[in-house]
Design a protein around this ligand. Structure first.
Ligand SMILES: [Zn+2]
Ligand SMILES: [Zn+2]
Length: 317
């Protein structure tokens, strides 16, 4: 296995692509970055040094542009099939396929959750920038969860890991407990768990359940899609779980001050001066926690709206 660092025009700066398989092939390429000249040059340099003839397929972990954006170019260059878990592939084309206007849907979603119009306009503009770096192949093969890529004597099983997106696929080699963590387990930041329109109602529940499942696997090392290798996966998984327990408590405490929209809660919990890009995630993340607090019986969504407001749940409710 070989990590390939690909620059992306986002605050995270790099996505880790991976070449899986034995030294002489066959190889599977996992995740590809966004369609920029810098990303194309990074792949060209890597191929000049390590070769490009033994690729058998490409697998994309999830639909986000930093993982899928360059896939059209990669498919043309390598001439091999591009694959994803089927549900995630369908979502990719629904959000970023030709003629899609997911930006409009996202703008009205933020408005419904209390975002002021001036900020919504800024978010819409910055989101437009990121979608310009996406070119998908005309088609991708959809795989079932549990699909096994056999690469020489290596077997990589695709595990379904929900929460960050509805159906992220993570390659796992049971022989030695090696997992590609995608954006499900990251070393420095906690993965963004947001509720987006058209996606599952309680993504935080799905995410916590998924981490609980991954925790039961024999895991020796996690190679994440951003940042460095994680040598103590269980410790890191527990840190992330703990982060969400604390954040749920913080947001429940904010609701004690009175009914709030997801935007109000984000303002109270996140640091001031967020960029437009960060506001998207702050509001989406707040809503994911509010919806989960509701599922836990600790909050309730008030009737009426938009804008939608949440209140603390008291014993009288
Ligand atoms: Zn992601
Ligand atoms: Zn990512």
């Amino acid at each position: 296995m070989l990590p390939i660092q690909i620059p992306v025009p986002l605050p995270l700066r790099f996505v880790n692509s991976y070449r899986l398989g034995p030294q002489d092939g066959p190889w599977l390429l996992v995740d590809v970055g966004m369609d920029t000249e810098a990303a194309r040059s990074a792949f060209r340099e890597h191929w000049n040094r390590f070769g490009r003839d033994a690729y058998e397929a490409v697998f994309l972990t999830h639909y986000h542009p930093d993982h899928t954006g360059l896939s059209g170019w990669i498919a043309d260059e390598l001439g091999v099939p591009v694959t994803m878990l089927a549900e995630e592939r369908d979502l990719t084309y629904r959000v970023f396929g030709p003629g899609e206007r997911s930006g409009d849907r996202v703008a009205s979603y933020f408005r419904d959750h209390g975002m002021p119009e001036s900020l919504n306009v800024r978010i819409f503009e910055s989101h437009g920038d990121s979608t310009t770096h996406i070119r998908l192949p005309d088609e991708m093969a959809g795989l079932p969860a549990g699909h096994v890529f056999r690469l020489g004597d290596e077997s990589w099983t695709i595990l379904r890991a929900a929460g960050h997106t509805p159906s992220q696929g993570l390659p796992y080699r049971a022989d030695d407990g090696t997992l590609l963590g995608g954006d499900q387990i990251l070393p420095r930041i906690t993965p963004n768990i947001s509720r987006w329109p058209g996606e599952p109602h309680d993504p935080l529940k799905l995410y916590l359940d998924s981490l609980g499942e991954l925790r039961t696997l024999p895991l020796s090392v996690v190679w994440p899609a951003h940042g460095h290798r994680i040598d103590n996966p269980l410790v890191r998984i527990d840190e992330i779980l703990q982060h969400h327990v604390e954040r749920l408590d913080i947001m429940a405490a904010v609701l004690e001050q009175g009914p709030q929209t997801a935007y109000d809660v984000a303002r109270a919990v996140f640091r001031p001066n967020l960029s437009a890009h960060e506001w998207r995630f702050a509001v989406g993340e707040s809503l994911a926690h509010l919806v989960h607090l509701e599922a836990l019986g600790r909050a309730r969504e008030l009737p009426g709206g938009p804008p939608y407001r949440f209140a603390a749940r008291t014993s009288r409710d």
